[in-house]
Design a protein around this ligand. Sequence first.
Ligand code: DUC
Ligand code: ZN
Ligand code: ZN
Length: 473
Amino acid sequence: MATTLITGGTVVSATGRGAADVLIDGERIVALLEPGSTVLGANLTETVDRVIDATGKYVIPGGIDAHTHMSMPFGGTTAADTFETGTRAAAWGGTTTIIDFAVQKFGERVQDSLQTWHDMAAGECAIDYSFHQIIGDVNDESLRAMRELPGEGISSFKLFMAYPGVFYSDDAQILRAMQTGADTGLLTMMHAENGPAIDVLVGQLLAQGKTDPYYHGIARAWELEEEATHRAIMLAKLTGAPLYVVHVSAKQAVAQLATARDRGQNVFGETCPQYLYLSLEDQLGAPGFEGAKWVCSTPLRSKHDHHQDEAWQALRTNDLQMVSTDHCPFCMKGQKDMGIGDFSKIPNGIGSVEHRMDLMYQGVVDGKISLERWVEITATTPARMFGLYGRKGVLAPGAEADVVIYDPNGHTSIGVDATHHMNMDHSAWEGYEIDGHVDTVLSRGKVVVDDNTYLGRKGDGRFVRRDPCQYLI
Ligand code: DUC
Ligand code: ZN
Ligand code: ZN
């Protein structure tokens, strides 16, 4: 087993920072040492197999993106990144674990859908991966199957209050699934938007000739996110189910989560970079069909209502606990363009898996969050939330050596022209400049990105079995 010493860097955790050398043996961290430590009189730099100089740089746990959709069939097409291309792009951006979603479609057995996703990912991933289970058809059989998920290393499942006729669950189904989840130690994840009401508004807008991508954001009004978030919280309270609301974008939904947390309920929320930086007017409202690049659900919100500022604030105060991407990329040509003349036919999704660590680091540079909070919301809390902590999300003896060396004096230009690595013909982040750079990435001790060179290999990433949520109040 090769030994590696990362020297000279500042190790940053969710709780602090300090000068330390990180000693790795094979796939695991064995020690955090005072810089320049000797062992039995010998300088470690002379005895290890490899020394990585991190002078002037931050050494952080590898990012965990807990919300991705590689190769997801959706909106009449399939998400453009496969497990191979998507995990490679993730590695480039300092993310060393993804948690994707196995999708049980209507009429399908849960176990079969999970197997399908295992088959899709096995041997393809550059970094470690796990799955949440989407339950798209809540019935007696799928509820029984949910009880087997912990044994499969799956500790979370997701329901949709949106997309009637596709993934949608009604309140009775939600109630039953939450009861089973609570009983089985599963974390309930929720896409909280009132789908039936959205569909009425979509039909009315299209009938009025309002077909541009901008109207996607109008149909998916914040009131319908707030209402669904409140309903999910109440059903969770009744059933005792811990609840994690995905891709929170409306400040009113944040307020619902905060109120529930203040009364002690196990309720959590994630937001995504797009809701922190992008807006209904500037992106969805871009001229012509351009706005299709930013059609995602929940939608981008109005810049005039301060949703972005409130989301940053909520990240600071822990009213929102973490940032994932909801990476679900579709190309403009042949995918997004299916919705020319009808915004409801634009496949929903934005690709960001490569940029999450950088975009959130820019929040540090801009004074929106602290350096420690950056690590917490991108790595440590995702690990705790989804039952990986100790193994991942922290640099400590015994943890797997998923490590990122981040250069605060480096620079990253984002975009297709800047040769991003996601399988997309455009970037939702074209032209973004980041005052930092992912220099070196280790995945379980193996260097997969080194100074702008990719050294990873598909198949190096393993399926990770997860424990129950470690973040309960
Ligand atoms: N939202 C998206 O934008 N894409 C995938 C599914 C979802 O809920
Ligand atoms: Zn969703
Ligand atoms: Zn999603």
